[in-house]
Write a protein that binds this ligand. Structure first.
Ligand code: PHE
Length: 344
């Protein structure tokens, strides 16, 4: 009796499942035939009142019927899902041109720094680095400028408030020359280094002056390094950088950390020295400061007085790029203006 009933329920369920048209109907059939209030569930609940033999055979039949119904439900559910899948909406048009990825590139100052480093490495120099937040000692004292030295005024310095406990005052370095001392403290001559890096000066900005800019320090020390070595290295470097023959001219100048000191000019990169608009007719372009390292600087770095000699120079990276690429305003470099950056 019971087994007939079970077979009937199963047949009826399977018939209805087969004619189901959507997911809702499938769910309704599941509730109707297998749900808590279904006839099927009440049969299962009544199993415990049967005799052991009956319980076994009816139980097995009920379980297999339940499994069949569940399988039929699952299969039909799958079929409906596939049929209702919207292939048109999922279509990908592989002929549409791809959206171009935007590619960035290195900032012009980074590019020129890499370029300079390559040239100097090929001349046997090493790259040295130093902190941008420096101490009074490395920025001035060790460079032959004690606290009351009037030459300190030449470097308009951003001082950083100290807590009063530090021995040394802290500042944003106004030039890359502190790296000379830091390097010599830990290295013995002969040595050849360059040190490109960021510097800061507390000054009003205009087309030629920025509060933040890059400098490029060079230092060569040995027992017999002379001004002739400076002139040769400088001419080599500028000729390679501007890709044409460049000569260097020295004019007397003053820096506390060099003796003698000079300003150095390069032959005009446009007219070669004949005189043109770029060099205002003079044939020379001013580049930076240089000189033979003052013996006091060697002593601050821990070298004996009079044993070594060497040259040092320092100039602005932006200025060099402005000369080569005819850039008229230094403030473009840190403006973040993408129209400027994109041109490099
Ligand atoms: N540090 C100097 C400046 O910023 C430049 C310089 C470097 C001059 C090395 C001589 C030697 O003006």
């Amino acid at each position: 009796m019971l087994s007939e009933k079970i077979n009937k329920i199963r047949n009826e369920a399977i018939l209805q499942i087969q004619s189901a048209a959507n997911e809702d109907e499938i769910n309704a059939i599941r509730v109707k035939f297998l749900g808590r209030k279904s006839e099927f569930t009440s049969i299962l609940k009544g199993l415990k009142d049967l005799s052991p033999d009956e319980r076994k055979s009816v139980g097995q039949l009920a379980n297999s019927a339940k499994r069949e119904i569940e399988e039929a439900l699952a299969q039909k559910g799958q079929e409906i899902k596939q049929k209702s899948f919207d292939f048109a909406a999922e279509k990908i048009d592989i002929t549409i041109p791809a959206v171009k990825m935007k590619r960035g590139h290195l900032h012009p100052l980074t590019q020129i720094q890499n370029e300079l480093e390559d040239i100097f490495i090929s001349l046997g120099f090493e790259i040295a680095d130093g902190p941008e937040v420096e101490t009074d000692f490395y920025s001035f004292d060790a460079l032959n400028m004690p606290p009351d030295h009037p030459a300190r005024d030449k470097w308009d310095t951003f001082w950083i408030k100290s807590d009063g406990e530090q021995k040394d005052k802290i500042l944003l370095r106004p030039h890359t020359s502190p790296v000379q001392i830091r390097h010599m403290e830990n290295h013995e001559p002969p040595l050849r280094i360059i040190s490109p890096g960021k510097c800061f000066r507390n000054e009003a900005t205009d087309a030629k002056h920025e509060h933040t800019f890059y400098q490029f320090e060079a230092l060569m020390v040995g027992e017999d390094v002379s001004v002739a070595n400076f002139k040769f290295i400088a001419e080599q470097f500028f000729s390679r950088f501007f890709k044409k023959k460049i000569t260097v001219r020295l004019r007397p100048s003053f820096f506390p950390f060099t003796e003698p000191s000079f300003e150095f000019d390069i032959s005009c990169t446009v007219c070669g020295g004949k005189g043109c608009q770029t060099c205002k007719g003079g044939g020379w372009l001013e580049v930076g400061g240089a000189g033979m390292v003052n013996q006091n600087v060697f002593v601050s770095s821990g070298y004996p007085r009079g044993k070594y000699q060497g040259f040092a120079w320092g100039f602005g990276l932006e200025r060099l790029l402005m000369m080569r690429n005819k850039i008229t305003d230094i403030r473009f470099f840190h403006s973040g203006d993408i129209r400027f950056i994109k041109q490099f």
